[in-house]
Design a binder for this molecule. Structure first.
Ligand SMILES: C[S@@+](CC[C@H](N)C(=O)[O-])C[C@H]1O[C@@H](n2cnc3c(N)ncnc32)[C@H](O)[C@@H]1O
Length: 319
């Protein structure tokens, strides 16, 4: 499997630096993919540190399993969403962890090889089925979503997750098309996008934004991120490190705001004289601006170009 699984880890040196690992640490990699970051983490926490690796994609898990075999029992791999990483940690009998890494989005393997329609080929007959699920054991496929979601829901997805000009026009075109014939393949969807004549002449190909929006909706990626950040802060010990790599502004905005809120603690309105929320600061943010890949990295791996890394440290809650 690992021979066929290709994904180059992004911002590897920077992630390892920000995770600030020591021998014997317990680390969660919530997004194993091909296990590139995980292998580097396991080297840093040798000889007895443990990595708990999660992925929702069974193919990724199998590839990571093969790659991390040399580390034996120090690599504990679990088929689970990082939104439940606190449950996973407790089920392994652990009270807290030293670091958490979330390298969000999809792997190159999922994009190029998985045949699940994450990406469209720029040709008229792309017969890849519209699945787009990272976890193929559960949930609605993109084709099912396009078939059953209301026109308003579709418009909301395209607007929120693709920031797509012409969302309403596209949702209407899909609703009309599916009356005639369900949309099953990338080519079916591309045809409707083309007929709706949306977002022409803009920087991003509208089809790219539509595919991104569908993928985010199918996998509830932003909901998972919100839950995953909560779970990560819950399981980190004071002094533990949290590193998140986002690949588009919607994700990065969530990370930035959550980090800021956790650093501030109280979320009561400023005009309120006494705090009633009772929340205390739980993070110290170490990246005022996100860390981006170097020109060399982007040159060697163009898919890294949108990466935005943010890091924070768990602090003890004041009594
Ligand atoms: C960018 S890749 C990670 C690549 C990895 N860091 C490496 O070096 O190979 C993102 C991975 O996260 C997984 N993923 C996405 N959302 C997830 C979630 N909610 N829980 C667990 N894994 C998730 C995807 O299936 C994919 O394999």
């Amino acid at each position: 499997m690992s021979n066929q699984f290709h994904h180059q880890p992004v911002l590897l040196t920077e992630s390892i630096e920000q995770l600030d690992l020591s021998a014997g640490d317990v680390v969660v990699d919530g997004t194993l993919g091909g296990g590139g970051h995980a292998a580097a983490i396991l080297e840093c926490i040798a000889p007895d540190g443990v990595l708990v690796g999660l992925d929702v994609d069974a193919e990724a898990l199998a590839a990571a399993h093969e790659r991390l075999q040399p580390f034996g029992e120090r690599a504990q791999l679990v088929h689970a969403s990082f939104r439940r990483l606190d449950h996973v940690i407790r089920s392994l009998g652990l009270a807290s962890v030293d670091a958490v890494l979330l390298d969000l989005g999809v792997s190159s393997h999922q994009l190029d090889v998985s045949g699940r329609g994450f990406r469209f080929a720029e040709m008229s007959r792309d017969e890849t089925p519209l699945d787009m699920r990272m976890d193929t054991t559960r949930g609605r496929t993109a084709a099912e979503l396009l078939r059953h979601a209301s026109e308003e829901e579709l418009q909301g997805f395209f607007q929120r997750y693709g920031e797509l000009p012409g969302s309403r026009r596209l949702a209407r075109a899909i609703a009309a098309e599916r009356e005639r014939e369900p949309l099953r393949t990338a080519a079916d969807l591309l045809r409707v996008i083309d007929s709706a004549r949306i977002g022409r002449g803009r920087r991003h190909n509208p089809a790219t934004l539509v595919f991104q929006a569908l993928r985010i909706a199918v996998n509830d990626e932003l909901g998972a991120l919100e839950d995953g950040l909560d779970a990560a802060v819950e399981v980190l010990r004071p002094g533990g490190r949290l590193v998140v790599i986002a690949y588009h502004s919607l994700e990065d905005r969530i990370v930035k705001h959550r980090f800021r809120a956790e650093a501030k603690g109280c979320i009561c309105p400023p005009a309120q004289p006494v705090c009633t929320c009772g929340r205390k600061p739980r993070l110290r943010v170490d990246t005022r601006r996100p860390i981006r890949p170097s020109e060399e990295e982007v040159g060697a791996n163009p898919r890294s170009r949108s990466a935005l890394l943010r890091a924070a440290e768990r602090i003890a809650e004041a009594i």
